[in-house]
Design a protein around this ligand. Sequence first.
Ligand code: BTN
Length: 268
Amino acid sequence: MNIQQLQSQIDSSFPLQIRYFPRLASTNTTATRLAKEGVSGWTVVVADEQTAGRGRHRRNWVSPAGLGLWFSIILRPTISAQKTNLINLSTAVIISNFLEQRVKEEFPDLCIDVKWPNDILIAGKKLCGILLESGIKGNNLEFVVIGIGMNVNQTVTQFSAHIKKFATSLQIATGKEWSLEDLLGEFLVYYFGEIENTLQNNFEGIISAYQSRMIYKNREIEIDFKNRKERGIVEGIDTSGYLKLKTDAGINIITAGDVWGIKKGKWS
Ligand code: BTN
């Protein structure tokens, strides 16, 4: 990545500190270590390639050099630890709004959705994932590391047979190559403004903004939750961001899991 080109997208008045590495095991692991060592909020760890990129539920996150954005943002908001999950939801909303503006202006037919809890889908396939890790002091958040992985310039053949069923990239969705530096620079400036606003407004409006982006709202899904499968209709999310699933037994609140849509008896 051309770091000068990236920096040129970011006005010097922004308090962003970029720490760039050609190769890391995981930007989240490095960012968490730096946060524990006391680096300031708005430090962003970026790598061209991750050799041990991490996803949710201890999965691997494939992060080859030059094909995507793999980065972690350290924030130090003064909020209670209970609200950490709202940062997760807000980040999903902000990324999808960013893509809406940045991609849809040229490609108006593309559909951008969020799959609970925090997958960003484009044309129904996963483009981007978020992995949040935090440090807590007493009841408060000491720091949060927001790890974002976005598939940008992969072609279909560059995904493994398993991944290509579920994943996509901006290039696959739009048919053109994207500049990683420009995209990341523009995103960081946008994210900075939006998340600062969201924090200042105590997350007001986030639940409804999230729900309006949610794929499968009012539709039947199956979810792997606590080692068993639950089926039901997605009602939305509660004020903590947990999934409200309407089942025969009533409303079930789901705190974690992988959601699969059901279409005519088949997974979609
Ligand atoms: C998921 O959807 O499972 C979350 C994927 C998060 C991947 C990003 S890539 C940058 C950061 N560093 C990591 O090791 N993981 C996150």
